[in-house]
Ligand binder design. Structure first.
Ligand SMILES: Nc1ncnc2c1ncn2[C@@H]1O[C@H](COP(=O)(O)OP(=O)(O)OP(=O)(O)O)[C@@H](O)[C@H]1O
Ligand SMILES: [Mg+2]
Length: 455
């Protein structure tokens, strides 16, 4: 619902401001006294008498901001209350956030170190900073207040969330990804998860700095991408799959035509020849859905050199594997799984669930023919992300897909400060793709992938 509609529904009279912001303005923990809380309500109520909200909606954001700031200041003056400069500034900021921004979440959005914001109902807000979760003292006034902020986030990008559609995925203009799920599905109040992808994206140098892999592994992966092997990055939630996919995609030569397919666009490629596609959920009438599968099929008619599917989740699996094994080699994707072995199982499961009635063996053959390499990443107990294994598909034995590990991270313990210790090592197994990888620019030593690498 548009802001203006919401207001007219909440008319008449002084309470409309209060109901617009979810009852009454929330109290911050630091808020000095009830009187400043009272003042906030008074300012809100007056504001709606002096501001034409309907007009505001059609203005440029900067203009809105300046109009609202002026109105707040005028209202404060009219109230005739004496405030110190810093109290006034704080009040103006809070009211502005309430009206225009994401309320109590706003300060978090200005902290560049925060990568995730997780809201579990009105009284619990967690953030992730440098790979670690921290609880914050930020609260919402009540469920209704939190719902208002969620509604504001999703309606800005043309989505909605209500009892009829209680789950929503959205992408903010800055690239951040948002998921909201509300009661009755979420039992303890509306829940909001923001992955601030737009903020900070590691490139391969960044991954090296964070010791997520070694320079040798980087050259190996680069050569595999250049050798047009089909690679799937596997890992759990937030393990760094998309980040690594992004880095691997950067190794694709500039003269190739790349089509990216995602449910919510996160991949950002620097190459000049890229077509980005994003799926679309059904509209309010339940129409107009375009799935990743539709996009994969369409992309095949676009003469791509490579297809990059952000995350394979369902029915697109079949078309993607087929594309990989028929001329679009060098394609990349990610999958949610706790090991490369599990990733194979999940691919199979996705094929089954999307209704392909072909024998299991044929399904596995399809997977073995399509995927060359799994790169498994994990988020470790110290918040770091590492490439745990690089494993290649070495064909089938009987009904089983054979995987062999070329590199692995071996944990050796945990330091007193909690840092995970260990080393990356080459297993010494000779890759079945040795020649292709060498053509891709990687030099093998004694036909083994690498010397062991100490870390
Ligand atoms: N190698 C790394 N070292 C440290 N932090 C990382 C690393 N890779 C990714 N991150 C951070 O971890 C978070 C999750 O990254 P990313 O989105 O790539 O994971 P994902 O596995 O794709 O997550 P999802 O399961 O939500 O799709 C981001 O905040 C990202 O900046
Ligand atoms: Mg991801």
């Amino acid at each position: 619902m548009r802001l203006a509609e919401r207001i007219s529904q909440n008319a008449p009279g002084r309470d409309r401001a209060a109901s617009l912001i979810g009852g009454t303005p929330w109290r911050t923990r630091e808020e000095a006294s009830d009187s400043s809380h009272e003042l906030k309500i008074q300012v809100h109520n007056r504001l709606f008498e002096s501001l034409d909200v309907e007009k505001l909606e059609s203005l440029e954001p900067a203009m809105v901001e300046s109009k609202v700031t002026t109105a707040i200041n005028e209202t404060l003056d009219a109230e005739g209350r004496l405030l110190t400069d810093s109290d006034r500034e704080r009040l103006v900021e809070e009211i502005k956030n309430e009206l225009l921004g994401l309320g109590p979440l706003e300060p978090l959005l200005h902290d560049d170190e925060i990568t995730d914001i997780l809201v579990n109902g009105p009284n619990q807000v967690y953030v992730e900073k440098r790979g670690k979760l921290h609880s914050t003292d930020i609260t919402f006034h009540d469920n209704q207040h939190l719902m208002l902020i969620i509604d504001r986030i999703v309606s800005r990008v043309g989505r909605r969330v209500d009892e009829a559609s209680p789950m929503v995925d959205a992408r903010l203009p800055d690239g951040s990804r948002v998921n909201a799920i509300i009661p009755p599905l979420a039992l303890d109040g509306p829940s909001l998860s923001i992955r601030r992808f737009g903020r900070r994206r590691y490139d391969i140098e960044g991954l090296l700095e964070r010791e997520s892999l070694t320079p040798e592994m980087v050259s190996f992966l680069r050569a595999m991408v250049r050798a047009r092997l089909n690679i799937i990055v596997s890992g759990g939630t937030g393990s760094g799959k998309t980040t690594l996919l992004n880095c691997l995609s950067a190794f694709v030569p500039e003269d190739e035509r790349i089509v990216t397919i995602e449910d919510s666009a996160e991949i950002s490629l620097q190459q000049p020849h890229v077509v980005r596609l994003e799926s679309r959920p059904a509209n309010l009438e339940g129409k107009g859905e375009v799935t990743q599968r539709d996009l994969v099929r369409n992309s095949l008619r676009m003469r791509p050199d490579r297809i990059i599917v952000g995350e394979v989740r369902g029915a697109e699996v079949f078309d993607m594997l087929q594309a990989m094994s028929t001329g679009h080699d060098g394609s990349l994707s990610t999958i949610h799984a706790n090991s490369a072995r599990e990733a194979v199982g999940r691919l199979e499961m996705m094929m089954l669930l999307s209704g392909f009635s072909i024998p299991q063996r044929a399904m596995r053959q399809q997977i073995a023919a399509a995927v060359n390499v799994f790169v498994h990443v994990a988020r470790l107990s110290d918040g770091s992300r590492k490439v745990m294994k690089i494993s290649e598909v070495a064909g089938m034995e009987g009904d089983t897909i054979m995987l062999q590990d070329l590199f692995e991270f071996q944990r050796s313990g945990v330091s007193p400060s909690g840092k995970v210790l260990g080393q990356f090592r080459a297993t010494g197994i000779r890759s079945a793709y040795t020649e292709r990888i060498e053509l891709g620019g990687f030099k093998f030593v004694d036909s083994r992938p690498l010397r062991s690498v100490q870390r």
